[in-house]
Design a protein around this ligand. Sequence first.
Ligand SMILES: *Cc1c(COP(=O)(O)O)cnc(C)c1O
Length: 380
Amino acid sequence: MSVKSTTLANVPVLRPLLPAADRLLPYLRRIDDARVYSNWGPLTSEFEQRLEQALQLKQGCAVSASSGTAALVASILAVAGRATPQRRLAIMPSFTFVATAVAAEQCGYQPFLVDVDAGDWMLHPHELAKHAARNDVGVVIPVAPFGRAVPQAPWKSFRDRTDIPVVIDAAAGYEVLERDPSATLGEVPVCVSFHATKSFAIGEGGCVLSRDAQVVRKATRALNFGFVESRDSRSASINGKLSEYHAAVGLAEFDCWVQKKTAFAEVSTGLRQRFTAAGLAHRFVGAPDVASCYSLFVCADLGEADAIQRALAATGVDHRFWYGLGLHRQTHLREAARGPLPNTDALAPRIIGLPMAVDLSSDAMDRIVAAVKGGIADAG
Ligand SMILES: *Cc1c(COP(=O)(O)O)cnc(C)c1O
């Protein structure tokens, strides 16, 4: 490979772009006038209404949260409550971001890590038959890998059949929910993150979505000290409310969302065209299959993954393993109970997160694809 050129700037793995200050100003002035700063003030309520409209949900089927993790905690508390000695486990895929486990632990559950499907990288209810037969499972948390769509129907029937509550972690999934709400939204609560690194981003934030307004009401209570319409704490809870300031960013993000989606799509298309020209189209995974904020390359084996990482580093292109090597490789979760994880172990070190940004330049795209191609040649 060529020696690292000192004249080229590094290509960061993700360079988020949120609404500029000028776009926020009209909303901030509304906050100044109303002097309401939190507790579902006017901006937060408007933001939730815009979410409901965008996702074709009835009123009362979306509640905002201070983060995707807070949304997960509130959903778990809403449908499963805190863990008990008889229901002490939370089943989740090992192939996810650590927040899935963090949220379950916050509710007192011990994570039980299971494998994902080798084809679509997610958990399926039929594969859970043997785990769910355990009588110590309190909740199951399927994850939308990189925002890929998790269908509602199989999980609703799993829940109905087993009586085990389900919460879907679709933290990066806002775009696929918007594209196909009828298949991806239902009674089983779906949690979304609006973290700066996600496609629809407001800095820190999230939401809980469910067609069962009762579930959303319980999640709302769990996000606000267990209060509902009185200052009597009625359930296990946290303070997970979205502030009016973050709702201002959310409203401004909605104002620019069509342009942002278009910009993301152009970059995804640009990368896909280059990988196609390099004969590598089948190994590139990007929007619309996964969320627009991800550009993934699936390596053939560990040797190739090493060579590609070296080639990227040599030309100053950053990369990231978004889910690490699986939850079971995180120090804190090393001792977590788990089933066999052959697919996670085989996938996690081979799915390289490449740079993505709404304004990724043609030059950067050329460099990324050239480095991947060079790495493959080196691994030859
Ligand atoms: C981003 C993410 C989260 C956490 O969302 P925050 O808003 O950062 O709390 C949870 N799960 C998955 C799969 C994620 O990608």
